[in-house]
Design a protein around this ligand. Structure first.
Ligand code: NDP
Length: 433
């Protein structure tokens, strides 16, 4: 706490992991002797830089850029970049820390990192987005490389932004090094199924989790928060598996469509027109927009928080459970507050933490790196099959460690322990670094 003043999100993420590790620390004396916890919670490097760019009115704007390389114990720093006005060092550190364990869980040889900027892409022209991305990369490129640090997308950063970032990287370095960024457009080194991977992966995880109670998503009423990349493909896979998504949202409010959300409309609004979700009822009879509301107040069986951190608090968790919700799967990073998680556990609800359930995105990013290195393009089916295997394996790792320490159905515990043990082993084997 003293070393990281006012970094509440980072401290929240570290506390959750460390609380899970008590029995492991007691059992393995080397963890204390080798200061594994101290080393694992101190980033290897943190880069902050000024990003000056020119808007459409010719005014010079100034933002701050960040890239935190938290751990390279298992591979190059790997994790997305977030462009959102709420971005601070605290946000990037918590995301980067979570990424260490998530990436370890995939078993794909990637370390933990994250970056971004307080730049707000909302309402910016295409030219402004491009100039910002170029200015951002003009500093960041010094620190990137296929074996050192490989960024991807996150909130506010999709294939368009990755294209501009890669273009500038290529211009500055004179290297067509595709493997230096993931989430690229298909046809320009991007992987099929990367766009779908995080959302699909969360639903594959949900499927495994429900199966432990001999249940499925078939016929279940679901709510999904957000309407961005993760939310859209999460909702699509739920529908494919027979579930009904009745609500989605953005930062302006929620839409409720009792007949089931029409995802073609949401995709057109969000991916093509870059419009607000409040437009949806104008195109869909029988649906309503609830300004300023969250999706959690609508009765459902299964909930998928897919927007942002701490978006599901204790009051929301109580409302969900009282309305019959029995499973919560995090597509976003740390969307559920610690109080809400404790309550859900007390009420015997199934709860899947983001570091396990949303690892599908980074897993397919690692597969994109593999395809780039081998100069190959795999089919959608090949990538999707690998994604299913990775998600099933993460699920079984969580279940294994939860059972081993008599914490049945505690996926938070299982994910933290499974991820930590892989990283701790690597940290120890490298000696004093
Ligand atoms: P997008 O930018 O595509 O979408 C984000 C969505 O969340 C939008 O609907 C946005 O609404 C909403 N949102 C963002 N911030 C807030 C806020 N403060 N309050 C309410 N709503 C908000 O991002 P992604 O879908 O890529 O990311 C969503 C979450 O998933 C994040 O937590 C991210 O870290 C996590 N994640 C993403 C991965 C990926 O592959 N993309 C991989 C693993 C995790 P609005 O447009 O109004 O801002």
């Amino acid at each position: 706490t003293e070393r990281n003043p006012a970094q509440n999100l980072f401290l929240q993420a570290v506390t959750e992991v460390f609380e899970s590790l008590d029995p492991i620390v007691a059992e393995i004396p080397d963890i204390e002797q080798h200061s594994i916890l101290q080393r694992i919670s101190e980033p290897e490097r943190q880069i902050m830089f000024r990003v000056a760019w020119v808007d459409d009115q010719g005014k010079i704007c100034v933002n701050r850029g960040y890239r935190v390389g938290f751990s390279s114990a298992l591979g190059p720093y790997k994790g997305g970049m977030r462009f959102h006005p709420s971005v601070r060092l605290d946000v990037i550190k918590f995301l980067s820390f979570e990424q260490i364990f998530k990436n370890a869980l995939t078993g794909l040889g990637i370390g933990g990192g994250k970056g971004g900027s307080d730049f707000d892409p909302k309402g910016k022209s295409d030219g402004e987005i491009m100039r910002f991305c170029q200015a951002f990369m003009s500093e960041l490129y010094h620190f990137l490389g296929e074996t050192t640090d490989v960024p991807a997308g996150d909130i506010g950063v999709g294939a368009r932004e990755i294209g501009y970032l890669f273009g500038q990287y290529k211009r500055l370095t004179k290297r067509f090094a595709q493997g230096v960024l993931t989430g690229k457009q298909v046809g320009l080194g991007g992987s099929l199924a990367r766009k779908e991977a995080t959302g699909f992966g969360a639903v594959y995880f949900a499927k495994e989790m429900l199966a432990t109670r001999s249940d499925t998503l078939e016929g279940k009423t679901c709510v999904v928060s957000g309407s961005g990349n993760v939310a859209i493909y999460c909702a699509r896979k739920i529908q494919e598996l027979g579930g009904k998504v009745i609500a989605m949202s953005d930062s302006g409010g929620a839409i409720h469509d009792p007949a089931g959300i029409d995802l073609d409309i949401v995709t057109a609004l969000k991916e093509v027109e870059r419009a607000r979700i409040s437009e949806y009822p104008n195109r869909r009879h029988g649906s309503t927009f609830l300004p300023g509301e969250k999706v959690w107040k609508l009765p459902c069986d299964v909930a998928f928080p897919c927007a942002t951190q701490n978006e599901l608090g204790l009051v929301d968790a109580k409302e969900l459970v009282e309305n019959g919700c029995f499973a919560i799967i995090e597509g976003a990073n740390m969307p559920t507050t610690p109080e809400a998680i404790a309550y859900l556990r007390e009420k015997n609800a199934l709860f899947a933490p983001g570091k396990a359930a949303n690892a599908g995105g980074v897993a397919v990013s690692a597969l994109e790196m593999q395809q780039n290195a081998a100069l190959q393009n795999w089919t959608f089916q090949q990538v999707d099959d690998r994604l299913k295997t990775v998600m099933a394996s993460i699920h079984s790792d969580c279940v294994f460690y939860a059972k081993k320490y008599h914490r049945e159905e505690d996926y938070v515990f299982g994910a933290n322990v499974a991820g930590f043990l892989k990283v701790a082993n690597a940290v120890q084997s490298y000696g004093v670094v």
